[in-house]
Design a protein around this ligand. Structure first.
Ligand code: GDP
Ligand code: MG
Length: 166
């Protein structure tokens, strides 16, 4: 089994960290500064019988410039071409305008979308459900997967669920 998975989410939610953890090497630049990753960096997760090709989408936001418009178009094209979209959010933070903008873009695509709730190592478990419900009222996610990209919590389960989409 083989297919494509695109990572999308606000800057600093942990897209590069997840990619690096899964691939076991530094393929994407990690930084606290927003939008360090400007281009799609591909990494391939490979086992004996399967592979997942990851695309790390640059942080998108409501375009105020030609570059912004180009990035949104690129993201839209990517969503349509992949087998699954991984929409990452930060478990510590509530839903922001950036998240809503991304979900508006996702409404148009037929590709299944996973809500990946990252940084669960930084919150109390009881705070997760109310946060997840907030997102669920706005979008029909195929799966909701809480993880810690940094510690690797539940990332194996995420890979299993991605492979099940191919
Ligand atoms: P990106 O902009 O979405 O690619 O985000 P990065 O992967 O660059 O991560 C932004 C910051 O969040 C970095 O300082 C990471 O170390 C941190 N981070 C990412 N994932 C986790 C996590 O699961 N737990 C914690 N505590 N920190 C994380
Ligand atoms: Mg990044």
């Amino acid at each position: 089994r083989s297919g494509f998975a695109a990572l999308i989410g606000r800057p600093n939610v942990g897209k590069s960290t997840l990619l690096n953890h899964v691939l076991g090497q530094k393929v994407a630049i990690m930084s606290d500064k927003p939008q360090t990753t400007r281009n799609q960096i591909r990494g391939v997760y490979t086992t004996e019988e399967s592979q997942i090709i990851f695309l790390d989408t640059p942080g998108i936001h409501k375009p105020k410039s030609r570059l912004g418009e180009w990035m949104v178009k690129t993201a839209r094209d990517t969503f349509a071409e992949v087998d699954v979209v991984l929409f990452l959010i930060d478990a510590k933070e509530g839903m922001g305008a950036g998240d809503q903008f991304i979900m508006d873009l996702l409404q148009e695509v037929k590709t299944p979308v996973f809500l990946v709730v990252n940084k669960i190592d930084q919150v109390h478990p009881e705070s997760l459900l109310p946060l997840i419900d907030q997102y669920r009222t706005r979008f029909s996610f195929r799966e909701v997967v809480p993880i810690s990209a940094k510690l690797g919590n539940n990332t194996g389960k995420l890979l299993e669920l991605i492979l099940a989409e191919f």
